[in-house]
Design a protein around this ligand. Sequence first.
Ligand code: OGA
Ligand code: NI
Length: 370
Amino acid sequence: MNSQDTLIETQPESYARTNDLKAFDARKTGVKGLVDEGTKKIPSIFVRPHEDRLLDLSKCPKDISVPIIDLAHVDHESSRTIEIAKDLVSASKKWGFFQVVNHGIPFEVLDMMIEGARMFHEQDDECKKQFYSRDKSKVVTFNSNYDFYKSNAANWRDSLSVNTTFTGEVDPQELPPICKDVILDYINHVIKLGDLILMLLSMGLGLKPNCLKELESSKAWNLVCHYYPECPEPDLTLGTSKHADASFITILLQDQIGGLQVLHENQWVNVEPVKGALIVNIGDALQIVSNDKLKSVYHRVIAKTVGPRISIAFFFKGLFSSRKLYGPIEELITEENPSIYREFTLEEFLTHFVSRPLDQPGIDHFKIQL
Ligand code: OGA
Ligand code: NI
């Protein structure tokens, strides 16, 4: 087929798709809007290519799961703390994911955060529409699929995002009134937990306890309240496509529905809901600064006939405008383990992350070519 034929064959279809995407966006009511109308067949913009679906046939193994780590009685000194620190590092090497219990955030704060997200997404459409936007420089945005115009199939999901990566702060008055207080409360708690996990990971890697915190990853963050409505044809689409996070670490709160899967030794493994637990995963930025000691792994969310499923992702990202140079930590570079990555600013890193197809590895671009 010559290039002319390719154009003739693909153009009408992609043109129609773009029109459909725009029409969906213009409604500003997201995927939930479709479900509310009683949609029984999912629109074609959500349907995954047949080849992709065929790759999913293997069943999720039942006998293995992401490690669950108990953070009770963690303090700076004890030998138990060192042991836990080593457990976190070993889970981060093997899985890139772990769940934590007894993490110090009260159950009520977690429950209220999930309920706050539910209330946002289930409020009157007219209130919600005011936040609908794809302007990445805005701190508070509501939309469906942040990579909507780049992906080859849209996901069955809507999201409310509070993102301080560009501004370094959020004005509480900008938050949606319906969930403002619960968001502020949750952020306070989750940042403290993130700092604790960064301390433990530093210790487990044999670094100074504040080494990873000094990278200023908690200076700017992105809180995303995902809402996955029930899906009439779950086999045809996904809640979230396969991806790795750009963050240093991500702390994820999920409700009891389930659907999150992590790619482990070439198999999709369910991350089962555990009441009161939080999921932690290593992002690309931490894989790089750890010189590949810790792993950022692919994960995704399947669509389900039951719903809505609600999850709250909190990405420790660092400030876009920071002038700091990031690269593998010196103490982790030795003659046997030379630096795998070059240095870069977070501006370069985050710009690259959003410019490539999201299901492709984002970190190769920063590898030193040998
Ligand atoms: C994400 C993510 C998983 C979930 O937001 O990056 O992986 O369970 N979310 O919603
Ligand atoms: Ni993710």
